[in-house]
Design a protein around this ligand. Structure first.
Ligand code: GLY
Length: 563
């Protein structure tokens, strides 16, 4: 069992390494054998420590996922869902979908009033927003299929961390302050564990430690049935929710074939539906492939224009065609057909922006968000996992069970509550993503693995709601087309377009006025005046020497740890 003492020692030693990237070369942490890059140092350390003790990337995945639930409750979770894409040392690939599902009692119009209007807040806040949690079944299936260490040994350091507590960072203090009033309002009282916590304070997660103990001892039955399940359902129903014990009992994560496509000499492996990530990113790469990107300057008008036009077209298809493949026939072959995509780009005019209204109509307001969390792992055997997990909004539905230490997701908002009405990410859905009992809501999460010359090249992903797909795309292009190190590729400023609203969003201070002006002249509307960060990419690149380079996003508290 990994002692807390040894974890703390590793944190100090390895944190020094992770905080000391070679700034001349702008490289992230470089290690020889294995690495975890995640949103929190404790989670990366626990994952890396398990691999050091002989565990593999899948053992590390289980521990890292749970350690994020302890230390990063903003997005890390047990009562949420996610996706993992993997590549084994022998080159075989796969993915698991542990996305939440609509409860059995859900119905298509459950968020509409008598007049057929969407009831504000109902799909985002409180018990009605909760989808059936998938994370615990996801990690347990990963462990059963690929794990090498005993579940108790994997969870022991996480449980110890939850009992000992973690130290609040400045960014965490700011988030807790920002969300304090809504957490208090939704729960009818301030949350003792989190309210008023400042940088340097320690937060202990005793009730969550007990829930983790239950899973450690009883596996699936420690969460999806028995005492924990009963408490969870009683709590949710008392708060007005519709989840039942049956919903929990019948939930199963699904192993699925990932989406794979080539871009020049890269083979990109990403998540398929019910995530839109893989197909939408494949469309983007296929639309830009005929252009010589090397002729463009990075993040200057022509490059931004080309990418924006491909984003616009791909998101229009995303929102119309994609949904849960267990419920909807997705015309994947057609969507990825080169002739179809060439035709999609035929209306691209370098002199002026294509209007999104000319691609498809819609009206909306715009919302932005950086919730969700991503981590990337490579182990000493050559296995790689790329995982994005979420409770959707920051602190999910905001509903928190003191007794179980759980924030519940508000993933039901990722369904299309009403055709043509945007969700919290401003995404407009269609019939394919309508609510049906037991269906999985469409996601943008894009955990991705990239091969070059048939060898592992990169593990990459990010949070950021609808901006996830465009952020992952740009990170891959940064390394492949612009020869950036992993850390530079992660640090580089990002932009985003999602068809509707017809607006290019730029990160603050990263794009010069003349570039923005040139884009304005061509008819691109942009978000001048309210820029914000786009994604927090955590990635690993395999260098030509075989060493691993981490890219931990400085936009968050993200940290690479390895050996
Ligand atoms: N909840 C964000 C997503 O799945 O895309």
């Amino acid at each position: 069992m990994t002692s807390l003492h040894s974890i703390s020692a590793s944190i100090i030693l390895l944190f020094i390494a992770s905080c000391s990237p070679n700034t001349e070369q702008q490289k992230g942490l470089v290690t020889e054998n294995a690495m975890v890059v995640s949103a929190r140092i404790e989670a990366s350390t626990i994952g890396a420590e398990l691999m050091k003790k002989g565990g593999n990337a899948f053992d590390a995945m289980v521990a890292t996922e749970m350690a994020l639930a302890v230390t990063f409750p903003f997005a890390g979770n047990l009562a949420g869902g996610g996706f993992m894409v993997y590549r084994l040392e022998d080159g075989s690939v796969g993915s698991i979908d542990y996305r939440e599902k609509a409860p059995l009692q859900a119905s298509r119009d459950m968020y509409l009033d008598k007049e057929g209007n969407v009831i504000p807040g109902m799909s985002t806040t409180g018990a009605m927003a909760i989808g059936v949690p998938g994370t615990v079944d996801g990690i347990l299936q990963v462990h059963e299929k690929f794990g090498t260490l005993a579940l108790e040994d994997i969870l022991a350091p996480v449980i110890a961390l939850a009992r000992k507590g973690f130290v609040v960072t400045k960014k965490q203090e700011n988030r807790l302050k920002y969300y304090d009033s809504i957490l208090t309002e939704v729960n009818g009282k301030p949350l003792k564990e989190f309210s008023g916590k400042k940088e340097g304070d320690t937060i202990k997660r005793i009730s969550l430690a007990n829930t983790l103990e239950s899973i450690s001892k009883k596996n699936r039955d420690g969460f999806y049935s028995g005492e924990v399940a009963q408490k969870m359902i009683t709590f949710i129903q008392e708060k007005g929710g519709i989840l039942t014990l049956e919903d929990l009992e019948i939930y199963r994560a699904q192993w699925r074939d990932p989406v794979q496509f080539n871009y020049e000499d890269l083979n990109i492996i990403s998540m398929g539906p019910p995530s839109s990530g893989g197909i939408t990113m494949a469309q983007i790469f296929k639309m830009i492939e005929p252009y010589d990107i090397g002729q463009y300057e990075h993040n200057k008008d022509e490059y931004i224009q080309l990418l924006t036009e491909s984003f616009r077209r791909a998101y229009a298809d995303r929102n119309y065609y994609l949904g849960d493949p267990d419920f909807v026939d997705i015309p994947t072959e057609k969507l990825l057909d080169s002739a179809y995509l060439k035709n999609r780009m035929s209306s691209f005019n370098v002199e002026k922006a294509t209007l999104s209204s000319s691609i498809k109509n819609g009206e909306m307001n715009y919302y932005e968000s950086d919730e969700t969390t991503h981590y990337s792992i490579v182990d000493q055997f050559g296995n790689a996992v790329s995982v994005t997990t979420t409770i959707n909004g920051g602190y999910g539905s905001k509903l928190y069970s003191d007794e179980l230490g759980l924030f519940f997701n508000n993933e039901m908002d990722d369904f299309s509550a009403k055709q043509g009405v945007p969700n919290m990410f401003g995404l407009i859905g269609a019939e394919a993503n309508k609510i049906q009992p037991q269906k999985r809501m469409l996601s943008s999460m894009t955990p991705t693995i990239v091969e070059k010359d048939n060898e592992l090249f990169m593990v990459v992903g990010t949070p950021g709601g609808s901006t996830i797909i465009t952020a992952v795309t740009q990170t891959i292009l940064n390394t492949h087309e612009f020869d950036m190190s992993m850390q530079e590729a992660v640090n580089a400023n990002r932009f985003h377009h999602q068809w509707l609203p017809d607006m290019v969003t730029f990160e603050p201070n990263g794009f010069d006025d003349s570039t923005l002006q040139k884009l304005s002249i061509k008819g691109y509307i942009h978000n001048k005046g309210y820029a914000r960060i786009i994604g927090k990419v955590d990635a690993i690149k395999v260098l030509p020497s075989g060493l691993l380079e981490g890219g931990a996003d400085p936009r968050g508290d993200d940290t690479a740890i390895g050996f």
